[in-house]
Write a new protein. Structure first.
Length: 307
């Protein structure tokens, strides 16, 4: 943060009441300037010129929401940016909110686990909150949207690795692609809440934004599908689609081995047991938001994946 020094032009010395009034005015001005530069002039705004601030955690509301004490003594609510933990009340959790998870009782138990775990890590501790320039500073509930760092570790990312949270894809933030990759690994390892899954096959990851020009790099656009069962699945008649009706059919006789994945690439290539090629001539997945639908041989939607 830069500091600015002001000097007034030379003027004749003043005496009496007028001189006292000028001195008071100057004092008020410099107090105002110091408060603004320190980021504490407005108690509803955490910082003026920086995107990070050291605070003290006073309460853990749930796995992704905490209350903190600011340096000026006021209390603010922080929502962990980019992630979403299950609710701690069973009536507040829903089927398919966490991809294919339908075991609401299991999901709710991980809501309680996530809260308890966050309490063990940061409650009554000093942490650093960091804003992301890609997203709004506050959500619709007036909660500050931040990454939270403790002891050099990022809490948001850590909860994804543990399987205590999902990527909150409705938010736009700079770490979304990295978070989705972490979630893919967590799902494949059935970490945490992903062990509540009852689906036999899941969409674990979509790489929708190819490097460089999407038109010229079609095979850097792909969908990863995992078989969670203890036996192989025949995907004959299965398909994936986007919201615009682009349609890919799995090859007749294609079988996905137990606990293995297959990657469906948009461009051209030779099909293998772990890689299939759409042979599409243009990009399929929209970078600014889309949905993948996975359908079985009866055209029943098994799972969706949105960003």
């Amino acid at each position: 943060m830069g500091f600015f020094f002001f000097s007034a032009p030379c003027a004749p010395k003043k005496t009496g009441i007028k001189n006292a009034d000028d001195n008071i005015t100057n004092i008020i001005f410099f107090i105002f300037l110091i408060l603004c530069l320190s980021g504490c002039f407005n108690s509803n705004q955490l910082v003026c010129d920086t995107n990070s601030l050291d605070v003290t955690v006073t309460e853990v509301i749930d796995g992704d929401t905490i209350r903190v004490s600011l340096p000026n003594g006021s209390i603010s609510t922080i929502r962990l940016l980019g992630i979403d933990c299950p609710e701690t009340s069973i009536q507040d959790n829903n089927w398919y909110e966490y991809q294919n998870v339908t075991n609401i009782s299991c999901l709710t138990s991980y809501g309680a686990i996530a809260k308890s775990y966050v309490e063990s890590l940061i409650n009554d501790s000093k942490v650093t909150i960091v804003y992301d320039d890609w997203t709004e500073k506050k959500d619709q509930y007036n909660r500050n949207l931040c990454y939270v760092f403790y002891g050099g570790n990022e809490l948001n990312e850590h909860l994804l690795r543990k399987g205590y949270a999902r990527v909150f894809t409705v938010e736009n933030f700079s770490k979304k692609s990295a978070y989705l990759s972490i979630q893919e690994k967590s799902i494949s390892q059935l970490n945490g809440l992903w062990n509540c899954s009852s689906a036999k096959i899941t969409i674990s990851y979509v790489h929708y934004n190819a490097k460089g020009n999407d038109e010229q790099n079609l095979n850097d656009e792909y969908v990863v599908i995992i078989n969670n069962q203890k036996k192989a699945i025949d995907l004959t008649g299965w398909s994936i689609e986007d919201i615009h009706g682009n349609h890919f059919d799995f090859p007749s006789g294609f079988s996905l081995a137990s606990t293995h994945s297959v990657t469906v690439y948009t461009g051209n290539g030779i099909n293998k047991t772990t890689a299939l090629y759409w042979n599409h001539q243009t990009p399929v997945w929209n970078n600014d938001g889309d949905t993948v639908f996975l359908q079985d041989e009866e055209k029943t939607i098994i799972e969706t994946y949105s960003w």
